[in-house]
Ligand binder design. Structure first.
Ligand code: ZN
Length: 307
C-alpha cells in the first residue's frame, strides 16, 4: 500500500481569478469534468464573491451546480463571508474554503477587515453551516502565512495565533497559504511544525505559489514534515497581482510527477491530467501555460500507474 497524498486542483478558482480574459462557462465545466475523470480527487471550482469584484467568477454558481454532479470528486468553493457560504451551500458545494489573512495589510486590502474581524466572520459562518441539514465542510486558509507583499515579514507567532483561533472556532481544517509565494523550504518546515504543535492534525494542507521558483521545493519541505494535502493549478495557471510575470500556484502536473515518482499515491493519471491542458489552450488562449513535465514529456522511467 502506497501512502496517499491528496491534490486539490485550484486552477478554476485561483488560476482564473487573475486571468485577463474570461473562460466561457461550458469550457470551464468541460475542463473540470476532464480533471475529475483524470482522477483529481478535489477541485476548487470558483469563488462566491460579488461578480463586480471578480468578473471571471460570475458563473461560480452554475459551475458549482454542474461540478457537484460529477462522481467521485470533492467540490470546493471559496467563500469569503457568510453570504458566500450561504450561496455555496445552496449550490451544493461539498466544502467551502474561507480565506483569513494573517497579515493586517493583506487582510484590509483583500477583505476590508482586520484578521480578528475575519476570524469573527468565520465563527458566524461555521455556526450557520452547522445549523443546516446537509453537511458542508469548512476549510479555513491562513493567507500570507509565509510573507506579505504589503507588510513584509509575517511572524510565525502570528500564523500560529490565527491558526489556533480558526481551530478553536470549529473549522474542519486549517491550511497555510503562501499567497504571494515568498516562502522558502526551511521556513515552510518551521511554520508547519509550529502550527502542528498548536493544532495537531487540524493543520491539513499547504497552498503554494511558484513566484520565486521554489514552489515544488516548498511542497517537498511540507511533505517532509507530514503535510499530505496540497493545492496546485493545472499549467501553474494564474499569477500574483503583486509579482508581475510570476506563475501562479505550483503546477499540478509537476507536483503529481514528483509525488508518484517518490512512491506516493495521488490517484491521478498523469497522462490524462496533461491532456486537460487543451481546455486551457481553447478557453484561455492568451494565458501562459507552465510546467516542466508537460513540456519534457513523461519519461520512460516514470512509475506506471495502475490506471
Ligand atoms: Zn493562491
Amino acid at each position: 500500500m502506497r501512502e496517499k497524498v491528496t491534490v486539490c486542483e485550484v486552477g478554476p478558482r485561483d488560476g482564473l481569478q487573475m486571468a485577463k480574459t474570461r473562460m466561457d462557462t461550458a469550457t470551464k465545466i468541460a475542463w473540470i469534468t476532464a480533471m475529475a475523470e483524470a482522477g483529481v480527487p478535489e477541485i476548487e471550482v470558483g469563488s462566491f464573491v460579488p461578480p463586480k469584484l471578480i468578473p471571471t467568477m460570475a458563473d461560480t454558481d452554475e459551475v458549482t451546480r454542474a461540478a457537484v454532479r460529477l462522481p467521485g470528486v470533492l467540490i470546493v468553493a471559496l467563500a469569503p463571508n457568510l453570504r458566500g457560504a450561504q450561496n455555496a451551500y445552496e449550490a451544493g458545494a461539498h466544502r467551502i474554503s474561507v480565506p483569513v489573512s494573517v497579515s493586517e495589510g493583506h487582510s484590509r486590502a483583500n477583505l476590508n477587515r482586520t484578521p480578528d474581524e475575519q476570524i469573527a466572520e468565520v465563527a458566524k459562518m461555521i455556526a450557520w453551516v452547522r445549523e443546516q441539514p446537509r453537511r458542508m465542510e469548512v476549510e479555513t486558509a491562513c493567507s500570507t502565512a509565509f510573507g506579505c507583499s504589503i507588510d513584509g515579514v509575517v511572524p510565525t507567532a502570528s500564523v500560529v495565533r490565527v491558526a489556533a483561533a480558526l481551530a478553536a472556532a470549529g473549522a474542519d481544517m486549517v491550511t497555510l497559504a503562501d499567497t504571494v509565494g515568498y516562502g522558502h523550504p526551511a521556513q515552510i518546515k518551521e511554520v508547519v511544525r509550529a502550527v502542528q504543535a498548536e493544532i495537531g492534525s487540524k493543520l491539513d494542507g499547504l497552498h503554494l505559489h511558484d513566484t520565486m521558483g521554489l514552489g515544488i521545493a516548498n511542497a517537498l519541505a511540507g511533505l517532509e514534515v507530514g503535510v499530505r494535502n496540497f493545492d496546485a493549478a493545472l499549467a501553474g495557471l494564474g499569477g500574483c497581482p503583486f509579482a508581475p510575470g510570476a506563475s501562479g500556484n505550483i503546477v499540478t502536473e509537476d507536483l503529481v510527477f514528483m509525488l508518484e515518482s517518490m512512491g506516493f499515491e495521488s490517484g491521478i493519471n498523469l497522462d490524462a491530467l496533461i491532456a486537460c491542458r487543451r481546455y486551457l489552450a481553447e478557453g484561455l488562449p492568451n494565458e501562459a501555460r507552465h510546467g516542466h513535465v508537460p513540456q519534457a514529456g513523461i519519461p520512460k522511467t516514470f512509475r506506471a500507474l495502475a490506471a
